[in-house]
Write a protein of this length. Structure first.
Length: 276
C-alpha cells in the first residue's frame, strides 16, 4: 500500500474509533446531564443537552432518600476483599499451572475455566442452600463466598507466567529461594501490569454485581450500591433526576479508577497475548 493509501487507512480507522467512542460516551454524558437538569427540563422536547441552569437538587434528594455512604462502604468492602483474594489466589494458582508438572494438570485447568461458562443463575439456588446451612445468609461472608477465587484471574496469570523466561525461576531456586518468595519477589513485580488489569476488571464486576447480593442480602445495612439503587426506585413512579444522580454517584468511582489504571490495562492485555 502506498503512503497516501496508508494515511487514508489510518484516518478511516481513527474516524471509526472516534465514532464508536462517542457512541459509548453519550449514555454516560446523558446520565450526568439528567442528574444536573432542573425538574422542568427532564421531559423537555427536544431534549436539552446542557443543563440550563445546572442544579444539585437531585443529588440532595437522592442522599436524603437513601444512605448512599453506607452503600458505598458495603460495596467497597465487598469489592476490595474480592479483588485482593482473587488476584492473590490467581497468582498462586497461575504459577502452579505455568511452572509445575502434576497429573491431570490440563484437566484441572480446563475444569477451572469451564466455571466461566456457568452463569450465577444456574448455581444461585444451590449456593443459597449452602449459605443457609453455613449460617451466612445476610452476611458479608455470604456475599463474598462465591467470588473468593476467580477462574478469569487464574487464566490470565497462567498465560502471563508461561510467557516469562524459565531461567529466572531456576536461578532463584539455585540461590535457595522458596517457592512463595519466588512468587512474591520475582514473579509478582514482573506481572504487576496484568495484576492491575485483572484487579480492575474484577473490581468493576464486583462493584456492579446485582443478582447474588440481592438474593443473599435481607437487611438494608448490608446493601451494596447496585442493590441500593434498585430499591431506591419507586415502583409506581420513577423520579429520573434523583435516579440519575444516584447512578452517577455509583458510576463515578469506576470511571476514575479506570482512567487511573488505563495504561496498565493496555499493557496487561498486550503482555497476556504473547503466548496461548
Amino acid at each position: 500500500m502506498t503512503a497516501p493509501g496508508k494515511m487514508a487507512g489510518k484516518t478511516l480507522i481513527f474516524l471509526i474509533v472516534v465514532v464508536f467512542g462517542v457512541l459509548m460516551i453519550i449514555p454516560f454524558y446523558w446520565m450526568i446531564v439528567t442528574s444536573l437538569q432542573i425538574p422542568q427540563n427532564l421531559r423537555a422536547f427536544p431534549p436539552k443537552w446542557l443543563p440550563q441552569p445546572p442544579t444539585l437538587e437531585h443529588f440532595a434528594r437522592a442522599i436524603e432518600q437513601a444512605p448512599f455512604l453506607l452503600y458505598y462502604r458495603n460495596s467497597l468492602i465487598v469489592a476490595t476483599i474480592h479483588v485482593v483474594l482473587s488476584v492473590l489466589l490467581g497468582l498462586l494458582a497461575g504459577y502452579a499451572f505455568a511452572v509445575y508438572r502434576f497429573p491431570l494438570k490440563g484437566f484441572f485447568f480446563i475444569l477451572i475455566l469451564s466455571t466461566l461458562m456457568v452463569p450465577i443463575q444456574v448455581t444461585s439456588v444451590s449456593l443459597y442452600i449452602l449459605m443457609s446451612r453455613l449460617g451466612w445468609i445476610d452476611t458479608f461472608a455470604g456475599i463474598l463466598a462465591p467470588d473468593i477465587a476467580s477462574a478469569f484471574s487464574v487464566f490470565f496469570m497462567t498465560q502471563t507466567i508461561k510467557s516469562m523466561p524459565r531461567d529466572l525461576i531456576d536461578a532463584a531456586r539455585i540461590d535457595g529461594s522458596r517457592e512463595i518468595r519466588i512468587v512474591m519477589t520475582i514473579i509478582a513485580p514482573l506481572v504487576k501490569g496484568v495484576m492491575a488489569t485483572v484487579a480492575l476488571i474484577l473490581f468493576i464486576n464486583a462493584w456492579n454485581d446485582f443478582l447474588w447480593p440481592v438474593i443473599i442480602i435481607n437487611s438494608q445495612t448490608l446493601r451494596t450500591l447496585s442493590v441500593g439503587i434498585a430499591f431506591f426506585k419507586d415502583p409506581y413512579h420513577i423520579a429520573f433526576g434523583p435516579l440519575m444522580a444516584a447512578t452517577t454517584i455509583a458510576t463515578l468511582p469506576m470511571i476514575l479508577v479506570y482512567i487511573g489504571l488505563q495504561r496498565f490495562v493496555i499493557k496487561g492485555i498486550a503482555t497476556t497475548g504473547l503466548k496461548f
